[in-house]
Design a binder for this molecule. Structure first.
Ligand SMILES: Cc1cc2nc3c(=O)[nH]c(=O)nc-3n(C[C@H](O)[C@H](O)[C@H](O)COP(=O)(O)O)c2cc1C
Length: 315
């Protein structure tokens, strides 16, 4: 793929291979791993604007950045009330971040019913007021959205233009409708329509699991860059492949992820999260089922590290 820098309202990324916000996964140790593999931009997982305003402990954990965190710091917020969005965006806890993304794509019923995430696709005015509210932070503001709620109600072009008009510095278009959740084909044509309609950079998202997928998504949409999601959960080294970043020792990099996690987070959280993540990295491995069973049985840091360095664990 053609690599290029992206200017997001004055924040310049080293390249156009971004890693998506992924709830339950994109904690600081994983983002550091992605950055060491060459990712141009990574995001926290989605964080509730309201939760942040109420000082929820869970929210602070999601915003945590481990020592040695370098590169651009991007947080994703979700919410439906402009006042909470403004307060969250200007909160002390958000100060360390360079960039705020607003989630306008989450399909989960709990979020949708609150008028948050993908529900905003049906309320363009509200969506615009959320962008303006986040802009009170004076930070770069980006929006990640889907192409519509259903194929019968595609909103991509109008939504893209409305986000630009409201002050968004970049948009990411996930080329699926809400009802598809994460399955089904990605609609390249809709992403291309967004790209043709706005001057701000457009990042294309959906279904990138290989270099070929990335090339096709970029070629068919004309987008400025790609955002990888499940592809990096199965194989974070895809980032290095796309960004031509040399990788000397994959297991050493994963060991650093493990160490960063245990050194900065609760022991139980680290064990549970790392078991889940190391199991994902096994996608396609011939002995994946057996190894996943062994991983689930791990209850300590030592056991996880031993398993990673066993000859059986091939990545
Ligand atoms: C486990 C999981 C968690 C996700 N969490 C978020 C999130 O916090 N914020 C967000 O905007 N999208 C989230 N998404 C959506 C992804 O960022 C991405 O848009 C979607 O997976 C499509 O890309 P893909 O086909 O390459 O996986 C999540 C997806 C998955 C599978």
């Amino acid at each position: 793929m053609h690599l290029k820098r992206i200017n997001i309202g004055g924040v310049e990324t080293p390249n156009n291979v971004f890693v998506a916000p992924l709830a339950g996964y994109t904690n600081s140790p994983f983002r550091v791993l992605c950055q060491s593999l060459g990712a141009g931009l990574t995001y926290t997982e989605m964080v509730s604007a309201k939760g942040l305003c109420y000082g929820s402990e869970n929210t602070s954990e999601l915003l945590k950045m481990t020592d040695g965190y370098s590169g651009i710091k991007a947080v994703q917020l979700f919410g439906s009330e402009p006042d909470f969005m403004r307060r969250a965006a200007t909160d002390r806890e958000i100060e360390p971040f360079d960039l705020i993304d607003i989630n306008m794509g989450c399909p989960v019923p709990k979020i949708f019913k609150n008028g948050e995430g993908s529900a905003l696709l049906a309320d363009i005015k509200k969506a615009q007021s959320l962008v303006k509210a986040a802009k009170a932070s004076k930070k770069a503001v980006t929006v990640k959205f889907r192409i519509g709620l259903t194929e019968e109600k595609l909103v991509t072009r109008d939504f893209a233009v409305a986000m630009e008009d409201a002050g968004a510095d970049l948009i990411t278009v996930h080329g699926r409708t809400r009802d598809k959740i994460y399955s089904g084909d990605v609609n390249y044509e809709q992403i291309a329509k967004a790209k043709a309609a706005v001057k701000i950079p457009v990042i294309a998202n959906g279904g990138v699991f290989s270099r070929q997928d990335a090339d096709r998504l970029l070629n068919e949409t004309g987008a400025d860059g790609v955002m990888l999601a499940r592809g990096v959960l199965y194989n974070p080294f895809l980032i290095a492949e796309l960004t031509n970043t040399p990788v000397a020792d994959k297991k050493r990099l994963i060991l650093k992820q493990i160490d960063d996690c245990y050194d900065n987070y609760d022991y139980r959280y680290s064990t549970v999260t790392l078991r889940k993540m190391l199991a994902m990295y096994l996608k396609g491995a011939h002995n994946a089922t057996k190894l996943r069973t062994s991983l689930i049985a791990c209850t300590s840091r030592e056991q996880i590290v031993d398993l990673l360095f066993s000859d059986d664990y091939t990545i």
